[in-house]
Write a protein that binds this ligand. Structure first.
Ligand SMILES: Nc1ncnc2c1ncn2[C@@H]1O[C@H](COP(=O)(O)OP(=O)(O)O)[C@@H](O)[C@H]1O
Ligand SMILES: [Mg+2]
Length: 239
């Protein structure tokens, strides 16, 4: 079972009188419980692809199946409900609500999802502990470092226990040491919580941690490397 399946997906932007083909005939399956990286130069279509998978934008044609739902056939209302229930998002600019403290930022998606107060508290405290921010619960985003803000964003993305977490260049605004710490935290959370992660990145640190890397260029998939399968084969050969 694949958390994401794309079939013959096309997306073209229309800017003034010019057509900009952003994705061309994308066929893709993402494996469950994996760390998948979408890699490609600037302008290659990474954000467009993530926005389609994350149900933030719609394909012009083709099929987009996320967590077993044909999201290309859903109404806008059904889609935003689906997004809130099943998907988590981590952004390059963290996108925390500046007037809410750490605790409240992580709790926010649970309030939207109408999770009961007791359960909300349990999940938020557990997540703050897991991302190492238990002692920063009362801080506003402006009182946190970039790395700490991204930790809040990771906790927030996981609060609703989504099937899939999407992250668009999550380390682009961090120095390389902080970026590396954020990548290993995401890896740890992905393994412990059995969730699938899909990132866009041209950061080699991110690619080094990936199970699968999808290389795109000019809106087309040019290569897919599935590391974990190779590791499994190697392990079987040693038995
Ligand atoms: N809203 C938009 N309107 C017009 N063109 C866009 C828009 N968003 C992206 N594009 C174009 O689509 C292509 C892919 O962009 P994008 O998905 O943002 O690439 P990446 O994230 O890999 O940098 C680029 O040529 C970009 O200029
Ligand atoms: Mg982008």
């Amino acid at each position: 079972m694949y958390p994401v399946v794309l079939k013959q997906v096309m997306k073209t932007y229309h800017l003034d009188a010019v057509d900009v083909p952003a994705l061309v005939d994308i066929n893709l399956q993402l494996r469950a419980n994996c760390f998948t990286v979408i890699s490609g130069p600037s302008g290659s279509g990474k954000t467009t692809l993530l926005n389609l998978i994350g149900c933030i934008d719609r394909a012009d044609s083709g099929e987009v199946i996320v967590a077993d739902q044909a999201v290309h056939q859903m109404s806008d209302d059904a889609l935003s409900d689906f997004r809130a229930r099943h998907l988590g998002f981590i952004f390059q600019n963290f996108n925390l609500l500046p007037v809410l403290n750490t605790y409240e930022n992580v709790e926010y998606p649970l309030i939207l999802a109408k999770v009961a107060a007791g359960e909300r508290k349990k999940r938020v405290l557990d997540l703050l502990d897991a991302v190492g921010l238990a002692d920063r619960a009362q801080n506003l985003p402006g009182q946190l470092s970039g790395g700490q803000r991204q930790r809040v964003a990771i906790a927030r993305a996981l609060a609703t226990e989504p099937r899939l977490v999407l992250a668009d260049e999550p380390t682009a605004n961090l120095d390389s040491q902080t970026g590396a710490a954020i990548i290993s935290l995401m890896r740890k959370m992905q393994r412990e919580r059995h969730v699938s992660f899909v990132f866009s990145s041209h950061d080699p640190q991110v690619q080094a941690e990936a199970d699968d890397t999808i290389f795109i260029r000019d809106g087309r998939i040019v290569n897919i490397e599935r590391q974990a399968e190779q590791k499994n084969v190697a392990m079987e050969l040693h038995v």
